[in-house]
Design a protein around this ligand. Structure first.
Ligand SMILES: Nc1ncnc2c1ncn2[C@@H]1O[C@H](COP(=O)(O)OP(=O)(O)OP(=O)(O)O)[C@@H](O)[C@H]1O
Ligand SMILES: Nc1ncnc2c1ncn2[C@@H]1O[C@H](COP(=O)(O)OP(=O)(O)OP(=O)(O)O)[C@@H](O)[C@H]1O
Ligand SMILES: [Mg+2]
Ligand SMILES: [Mg+2]
Lengths: 264, 264
């Protein structure tokens, strides 16, 4: 049965889809069978990235591809009917994928939705990217402006807490990882302050902080071609220093997921 | 009657709330009476930023404050009842504000919602921040990966088009401004490519591109104190070069809004 990784953060633009895409390529490179489920039926960033990749592959590029699907929000007007419809379609795609892949990566939208909550409730690993910012932190916990003490959990931490309890009912556990994304090199004071609060929050709320991704144009420049910097090395073209560093960041991230060995 | 500025972009994390906050402070500094309406009832980033500012003011800081309100999503289960409820509460706050302020700034959530569409339908100025990224561009238009020709409008451009038509029915026009946010200094090639597509898109879709904001830690490190770099000069403390540059970026942005002269 596949390991399920959910990219979750109600905060928009925190890097869920970008992280998901780079994990997909890195895990495929490791020889794993990978599938993705896109729960952002409107924007479909991950799916469009993969469609761009499929087009490049069809045009001759030697690229590994995952299985991929989109689960859209229900059009049913009745509240309970819509949820039943979403649950049925989501579980149907998920059950199909977990039986014939090693990893299923689920990309959530940047807003609260029933589908997103379903995904959070079935995650083996929940990966939450966030900007190196007290604005992003504000969705996880309220922080005192003077001494940075933690005043209490915010919406997203409460959502995760609730879905974790639900998962515990079936004996499951969730490995919750929080990673910073788009980290700059010039923000020493802010970076230190955010790290310090995150470290305390990790103990209190129950997640572990993992090394994330720097702000690098290579993480966003290859979207139309469906490529990542992990793919660039193979064409024989030489990489920039930033691309080499990005490859290392992605591989460090994959290692921190602590997945079962390949091919079990 | 106040000039209504809407911060809109369905793409999450594009900088709506950050841009809104800095516009608020800049416009207050110009002597305008400013009000804000937060349509992100869940995350409330702008409102929390303003509450932090109100707290600092209450503790003695000499800070100008806008009027501010949140309009939450309806809890009514019935679809049409919920929309009627949201429309009534939104218009009630808006009508109150436009009668006694010079500018009303409306911050939209990073997702499609009825309240967001209502705001788009009553904007005098629609300001759309976006990351310097083909991923963000993908929500405005589909672009050919090989020659970057424009294949057609995407979801968000269609939403704006539809709300513009609606506004035209009452004889109103919308000045649609698109600004890049979090622009880096190291991304020359990607920056040039995005700019080139945006320039063509502007003609075709009907918006104007305005100078935006660079990626600077000062845009996010003062959230907990409710401050912006526009406030820092007054305490007499010296500003960093980045803070000085940020102040100029914000003032250039305000100027590009082409608002009526202060105090009419
Ligand atoms: N490490 C990075 N370096 C540079 N740009 C990045 C990085 N991560 C993300 N971006 C850019 O930031 C923006 C937001 O990223 P992304 O779309 O992956 O976030 P998201 O959490 O999936 O957003 P949403 O909530 O809208 O689904 C995009 O323009 C993307 O190209
Ligand atoms: N110019 C900038 N420089 C540095 N950081 C920025 C800048 N603009 C925004 N940010 C940071 O980027 C993140 C997203 O910004 P913001 O919350 O303003 O976007 P948004 O469009 O309102 O998001 P949402 O869709 O979730 O409402 C925040 O962590 C914010 O602090
Ligand atoms: Mg996404
Ligand atoms: Mg916002």
């Amino acid at each position: 049965r596949a390991h399920i990784i959910v990219l979750g953060n109600e905060k928009g633009g925190s890097g869920k889809s970008t992280s998901a895409m780079h994990l997909v390529v890195a895990l495929l490179e490791q020889g794993r069978r990978v599938a993705t489920i896109d729960l952002d039926g409107r924007q479909r960033t991950l799916t469009r990235y993969l469609e761009n990749r499929a087009r490049a592959a069809a045009e001759g590029a030697n690229l590994l591809l995952p299985s991929y699907a989109v689960v859209t929000r229900s059009e049913i007007a009745d509240f309970h009917g819509a949820q039943a419809d979403e649950r049925q379609r989501f579980l149907s795609v998920l059950e199909d994928y977990v039986g014939r892949h090693d990893v299923v990566i689920i990309d959530c939208p940047g807003s609260d939705s029933f589908l997103s909550r379903l995904a959070h409730g079935c995650a083996d690993t929940l990966l939450t990217p966030m900007n190196d910012s007290f604005i992003d932190l504000d969705l996880i916990a309220r922080v005192d402006p003077d001494d940075h003490s933690i005043l209490g959990p915010s919406l997203y931490a409460e959502l995760v807490w609730e879905m974790r309890k639900r998962r515990a009912l079936t004996g499951g556990t969730v490995d919750w990882l929080v990673m910073r994304n788009r980290v700059g090199h010039l923000d020493a004071r802010n970076k230190r302050r955010v790290s310090e609060v995150l470290a305390r929050l990790a103990k209190r709320i129950g997640f572990r902080v993992v090394a994330g991704l720097s702000e690098r144009v290579t993480y966003r420049e290859l979207f139309l071609q469906g490529l990542t910097m992990l793919d660039l090395g193979r064409t024989g073209s030489s990489l920039t220093m930033s691309e080499v560093a990005a490859r290392q960041e992605v591989r460090t991230l994959v290692a921190s997921l602590d997945l079962p060995p390949v091919g079990r």
